[in-house]
Write a protein that binds this ligand. Structure first.
Ligand SMILES: Cc1ncc(COP(=O)(O)O)c(C=O)c1O
Length: 436
């Protein structure tokens, strides 16, 4: 595919519009001084800005648009639900059909023993739910001292209170004071380090261990094939709940329902969000093992005092059901394995680029292209520059301090992958030339 450098019909200055909108996760000092990139519409793996220029969505927005954009089938399901029942609480014995059906469907596919399903509005909210439930479970079992939460370096678990407290990247924690006092982080690739930390803290104090099947936002780090078997065994032996954060890895991104199936283990809880609706509506949740549910479901006078207004929102559940229909009908699980191999083969060709120190890919439809220390250090190159060059050439990627991240919709074609990777190469070339 020929490479195009997008020529804005309006100049950046004309595109500058003053606004009071505070962009999430962003440096408003920079963002408020530049033009906004307004996404006007999207279809399949493509986005169009308000200038009519087309861009390849190399990140499925934020790792969520698994089925691709513009699926009218999901829009229709949302419309139908909104006009039948817009919303109503699920507190107490209130329920709605989409929430009940979705819970059954998720439970049928989850690699969790005797699953129950708690629904939320997103990933971070689900992490809070799982962490509070872990602690509350141990309290209900007469072991209230088991409060400590362990997570992994590079692990990302959202930016709510507990998520911030257990995140494996210091930069997201600084300036907030201690969010969770009983928490620690272990190297992401060592079962031994996890066991040593459990023994250091004391198993009688540890509630749960949190891990992503593949660390996503932290830079795409896949585990060794036997890592999770070891983790499950250590957690079982020391009475620590094993919580899998599949917010990125589920709903076919790793070729299966929840990502963790790749490793043949059954966690105590699985946190999900994003791909459950492919982002068409905000939804997340926790699949909870029957053992953890037992004190709450089978004992009287022991409610789990936790929940939010929009939990089990029927419109979001209807979107999830329609999204899952697409995943199944188009067998995006099998497709994902093919795309994973294609992306892996294509992105690895960048390993020879002088600015690139490492390419991580090959487990799930996701990849990271890391820049060399020399480029990031002495040469003063930033991943933001590469991101900007790629976007100016019509490809949207995600930049973290050391890497460019790629996680396209699963319906991306071989030609589009090729276009994405060759555009990234041109962007790297342009940045390298600028810093010569
Ligand atoms: C693994 C993981 N957990 C949790 C979250 C938080 O989800 P949300 O942004 O919906 O709160 C994210 C978001 O990227 C994530 O990648």
């Amino acid at each position: 595919m020929t490479e195009t450098v997008v020529s804005y019909a309006r100049t950046p200055m004309e595109r500058l519009e003053p606004s009071r909108f505070w962009h999430t996760f962003s440096d408003m000092n920079k963002v408020s001084q530049g033009p906004k990139f307004i996404v006007e519409r999207a279809e399949g793996p493509w986005l169009w800005d308000d200038n009519g220029d087309r861009f390849l969505d190399g990140t499925a927005s934020l790792w969520y648009c698994n089925v691709g954009h513009g699926r009218t089938e999901i829009a229709d399901a949302v419309y139908k639900q909104l006009t039948a029942l817009d919303a109503f609480t699920v507190y107490g014995d209130f329920a709605n059909r989409p929430a009940l059906e979705l819970s059954e469907r998720l439970a049928a596919h989850a690699p969790v023993v005797d699953p129950r399903v708690i629904l939320t509005c997103g990933g971070g909210e689900s992490i809070e739910t799982a962490a509070k439930l872990a602690r509350r479970y141990w309290a209900a079992e007469g072991r209230p001292g088991k409060r400590h939460l362990i997570s992994r370096t590079g692990g990302y678990h959202g930016l709510h209170g507990i998520g911030t407290g257990i995140i494996g990247m210091d930069r997201f924690r600084s300036g907030f004071g201690p969010m969770v006092e009983d928490a620690s982080v272990v190297p992401h690739d060592s079962v031994r380090a996890l066991e040593e930390e459990i023994l250091r803290v004391g198993p009688e104090n540890v509630a749960a261990f949190f891990a992503e099947p593949v660390i996503g936002a932290g830079g795409v780090y896949a585990a060794d094939t036997d890592y999770f078997t070891g983790v499950a065994e250590v957690c079982r032996r020391h009475g620590v709940l094993f919580v899998v954060d599949s917010v990125i890895c589920a709903f076919a991104r790793m070729g299966n329902w929840f990502g963790i199936e790749r490793y043949g283990v059954r966690p105590d809880m699985i946190v999900f969000a994003k791909g459950v609706t492919s982002g068409y509506q905000p939804l997340g949740g926790v699949v909870v093992g029957g053992r953890i549910a037992e004190p709450f479901w089978n004992r009287s006078g022991n409610p789990f005092h936790h929940g939010t207004t929009y939990a089990g929102h029927p419109t979001c559940c209807a979107a999830a059901m329609a999204n899952m229909d697409i995943l199944e009908r188009e067998d995006l699980f099998t497709v994902a394995y093919e795309v994973e191999a294609q992306l892996d083969a294509a992105v690895r060709t960048l390993a020879d680029h002088p600015l690139v120190s490492e390419v991580r890919s090959g487990t799930g439809v996701m990849a990271a292209v890391q820049l060399t220390e020399e480029a990031l250090g002495d040469r003063g190159i930033t991943t933001a520059e590469v991101f900007a060059e790629a976007r100016a050439r019509g490809v949207v990627l995600r930049a973290i301090p050391h890497s460019l991240l790629i996680s396209p919709p699963l319906i991306i074609t071989w030609e589009q992958i090729d276009h994405l990777v060759s555009t990234l190469r041109s962007a790297l070339d342009a940045v390298a030339q600028r810093h010569e």
